[in-house]
Ligand binder design. Structure first.
Ligand SMILES: [Zn+2]
Ligand SMILES: [Zn+2]
Length: 63
């Protein structure tokens, strides 16, 4: 497994909990588990960008 870095975020796909790595460990292969499943890096799957609400410009009746 790839080594963790400080600040890495991991999420549990079961319950949706998110954890942030504050202190890295030197384990070659250790997993953060929650709900008996290995948590996955959050950055692996990016959240869909928020669709910006489109404002319709007020049309002015030009004479
Ligand atoms: Zn969980
Ligand atoms: Zn470890």
């Amino acid at each position: 497994m790839a080594q963790r870095k400080k600040g890495d975020k991991y999420t549990c796909e079961e319950c949706g909990m998110v954890v942030v790595v504050e202190d890295v460990c030197e384990c070659e292969d250790c997993a953060i588990t929650c709900c008996d499943v290995e948590m996955v890096p959050v950055k692996a799957k990016k959240k869909a960008a928020k669709p910006a609400p489109k404002k319709k410009p007020a049309k002015k009746n030009a004479k």
